[in-house]
Design a binder for this molecule. Structure first.
Ligand SMILES: *Cc1c(COP(=O)(O)O)cnc(C)c1O
Length: 266
């Protein structure tokens, strides 16, 4: 049985390793635990280290969705003893969409043989084929692979994960401090806020809709996201990709102009 700790915790909280340990004791039928690292819904960066420790101590398989954190946040995969880490070409690697990849333990992968319930998502079969001839089982996404190779070169040129991580953090810190100065409050507390995407509450009594704000910003060259948490009225701003401090400055200036146009500037 697969269990996902987020099911137990509120959107603005991080799963607690102590509670995970208790649940695994109460439910011996759980064999696998999966967890999102950078939670794109809220912006939280979960503590995969402490939860993985609890999961591995209980002898269970640990699966981490590192879709929006891998290459943007340093992850000591071997040290953490993760069994499976899943990510893709199109987030912090800054490639184009088209394939995902999995870093896993050989032993854990061997146990997957013959178990997939889907033909195309059969990880073991895919791995076997790649071992044999280096290809995808179906048509290889050649242009995506080329773009991925180029993206990895660019990651190196930037100074690796450390430098990229620093850029994202700087973007994120700039964004939050300037949004706060304009009266926007982040949904996630500072200690759990990740460097990838930030959820902001709408100010109370606002006299504009998300659509108006979105269009105003879009016309000036940037795109933001609607909120996704179900318990509060929010919107989100991502700061990963080919995005620099200069972009954050411009974006914050556009926000300020929008609020001024609405007579709602703080
Ligand atoms: C983006 C994202 C996904 C989905 O990735 P796609 O490339 O859109 O398929 C899944 N999980 C998390 C945490 C993400 O950020």
């Amino acid at each position: 049985m697969l269990w996902t700790p987020m099911e137990e915790f509120h959107y603005d909280q991080i799963p607690d390793a102590g509670r995970v340990e208790e649940i695994l004791k109460e439910h011996p039928e759980i064999t696998h635990v999966s967890m999102v690292h950078s939670e794109t819904t809220s912006g939280i960066l979960n503590d995969i280290a402490s939860v993985t420790k609890a999961v591995k101590a209980a002898g269970k398989t640990m699966i981490v969705d590192a879709m929006s954190s891998f290459a943007g946040v340093d992850i000591p995969v071997g040290e953490l003893q993760l069994d499976f880490l899943i990510s893709s070409a199109n987030k912090c690697i800054q490639g184009v969409p088209g394939f995902s990849f999995i870093i896993c333990r050989r032993k854990a992968l061997d146990q997957c043989e013959g178990k997939a319930r889907s033909l195309s998502l059969d990880l073991y079969d895919q791995w076997k084929t790649m071992q044999a001839d280096g290809k995808w089982r179906f048509t290889s996404p050649t242009h995506v692979v080329l773009a991925f190779a180029k993206a990895l070169e660019e990651l190196d040129e930037e100074g690796g994960i450390e430098a990229r991580s620093r850029r994202y953090q700087e973007n994120n810190r700039y964004l939050i401090s300037h949004m706060k100065a304009m009266g926007f409050i982040p949904y996630v507390s500072e200690e759990h806020q990740g460097p990838i995407i930030t959820t902001f509450f709408y100010p109370e009594n606002r006299n504009y809709t998300f659509d108006e704000m979105y269009r105003y910003i879009k016309e000036r060259g940037y795109a933001i996201y609607p909120g996704k948490v179900t318990d509060a009225d929010t919107f989100r701003i991502g700061n990963i990709g080919e995005i620099y401090l200069e972009d954050m400055e411009k974006l914050c200036r556009i926000f300020r102009e929008f609020l001024q146009a609405k007579g709602a500037a703080a």
